[in-house]
Design a binder for this molecule. Structure first.
Ligand code: GUN
Length: 480
């Protein structure tokens, strides 16, 4: 299954459609071109009719990959926010809240990436972990270092993951051993980083409009940037409307207070970024735990997206974002693992914690309606499976402004997909050996999706495809 030649998959399919729904089909044919794009999809095809459908679509000799009962194809996960250099810290430091955690745990580790050889030793294992978790598009923060951030981009590119990658900008309120020399130096390195990423080849699609790796402008957060730096980044952003932007916003109460002290001229935290032209349709705002009504309105108006990182928001006791309210007010939302504030590279874990966070918000605010089903309303409700699935796939693609390319399986989009296997939950021989998942009979796709989301892990991901090419999964044998 690692070929890049035209392939047709005959499989059960689960695909997000809207925030409140997804489609399921037990017997779909999904045709993938040699460039890795989805050519066509036909649903509900009896096995006796496969040849007929192939013939009708002009590819009678296509290689047909027939999946087992208990397996299904779905779009790959889009992780809208995580920190590649923090992966070695997974599971540590959760006795602290954000600002102390940064100082005591995070900055000391990130500073080690000054040594590009250290980065080159660590990053392959980092990217492989995210791929094994089923993440086909990952939005990474790198460290502040130019060469190590280039190494991260090279690594994702060579391992075949679709990735958005940023070199951090940070020229104040950081320790002396981990800070940029000046706003000018920060911007110079940023230009060099962007040029490097854009010089990488597009990947299997061979289409320069569909690169595998995108550069992201990455002012770490308002606290770590001088006004001079934000002004200079505004110039970079304005001259390059397609350049993605990512930053942190309104994560922790002390952080918000400090930001207000540093920018008294701004009405609120979102106003700082807006003042410098950094809120737009391809801006990814990580956390957004405590946005007020005016900020929500502004973020929606600018069409910027929120990366909801519930695992980290629990761990660092940052709070619980009112995601249902954001959705009701038209804000784009995706999910992020936020390693190492979050303790897992798996978007499945992010989905579970998003479910729990929404339930607690609902129980606090409207206990009687927590499981309510008023059509199209999410405020103070437990997020249903369909919504969790949407946020982890199509919603994430919208937040990354890549929804024309990825996030769902539709003709014309890239085949960025997973083969999920929920057979044999007993953990005995064969099957996926995941002891927490009870095997499925393979005919009720809603149950299979729920089992995967709430009980699955990388043992249940047998193949990971990016742009039609297999890059991971338990059936993958690397050529390295
Ligand atoms: N969770 C999180 N928040 C931040 N705010 C600024 N930097 C960071 C970081 O590395 N992680």
């Amino acid at each position: 299954m690692s070929s890049t030649s035209a392939t047709v998959y005959y499989s059960a399919l689960v695909n997000p459609t809207t925030l409140a729904s997804y489609e399921t089909h037990l017997k779909s044919l999904i045709a993938v071109s040699s460039q890795g794009n989805i050519d066509w999809i036909v649903h509900d095809v009896d096995s006796s009719l496969i040849q007929q459908v192939l013939l009708r679509n002009g590819c009678p000799d296509a290689q047909v990959v027939d999946l087992h009962e208990g397996q299904f194809i779905m779009p790959g996960f889009i992780d809208t926010h995580t920190h590649a250099p923090q992966v070695p810290n997974l599971g540590t430091g959760y006795q602290y809240e954000l600002l102390d955690w940064l100082e005591k745990f995070t900055f000391p580790l990130e500073a080690k990436f000054k040594d590009v050889e250290f980065a080159k030793a660590i990053y392959p294992s980092v990217v492989k972990r995210f791929i094994a978790s089923g993440t086909t598009t990952c939005c990474y923060y790198g460290s502040l270092h130019l060469d190590s951030s280039k190494a991260l981009a090279d690594t994702a590119h060579s391992l075949g993951q679709r990735a958005l990658i940023g070199k951090c900008n940070m020229d104040r309120h950081c320790p002396s051993y981990y800070i940029e020399d000046s706003a000018d130096a920060s911007v110079k390195d940023t230009h060099a980083f962007i040029a490097h990423v854009r010089s990488l080849s597009p990947g299997p699609s061979n289409n320069p409009n569909n690169p595998l790796i995108y550069p992201v402008l990455t002012p770490r957060f308002a606290i770590s940037c001088t006004r001079n730096l934000l002004e200079a980044l505004q110039v970079v952003a304005t001259s390059d409307p397609h350049l993605h932007i990512q930053t942190h916003i309104s994560e922790n109460v002390k952080e918000i207070q400090f930001t207000k002290e540093l920018y008294p001229e701004c009405e609120h935290y979102a106003g700082v970024y807006d003042r410098y032209g950094l809120l737009r349709n391809n801006t990814i705002l990580a956390h957004a735990v405590h946005l007020n009504d005016k900020e929500i309105e502004l973020v929606a108006k600018r069409k910027a997206g929120v990366s909801h990182c519930p695992t980290s928001n629990f761990n660092l006791r940052s709070g619980m974002a009112q995601i249902g309210k954001y959705l009701d007010r038209g804000v784009k939302v995706g999910l992020g693992t936020d390693v190492s504030g979050g303790f897992s590279s798996s978007m499945l874990v992010a989905m579970r914690n998003a479910s729990i966070a929404s339930t607690v918000v609902a129980l606090q605010n409207d206990p009687a309606g927590a499981s309510g089903n008023e059509e199209g309303k999410f405020s103070n409700r437990q997020l249903p499976l369909a919504t969790l699935f949407y946020l982890a796939t199509k919603g994430g693609a919208e937040v990354c402004a890549l929804d024309h390319q990825t996030g769902s399986l539709e003709p014309g989009k890239s085949f960025d997909a997973l083969i999920v296997d929920v057979r044999d939950g007993a953990g005995t021989s064969g099957g996926t050996r995941n002891p927490t998942l009870w095997g499925s009979s393979g005919s009720i796709l809603d149950d299979m999706l729920g089992q995967f989301v709430f009980c699955g892990d990388d043992r249940n991901i047998s193949a990971v495809f990016v742009q039609g090419k297999q890059v991971g999964g338990t059936s993958y044998t690397s050529k390295e």
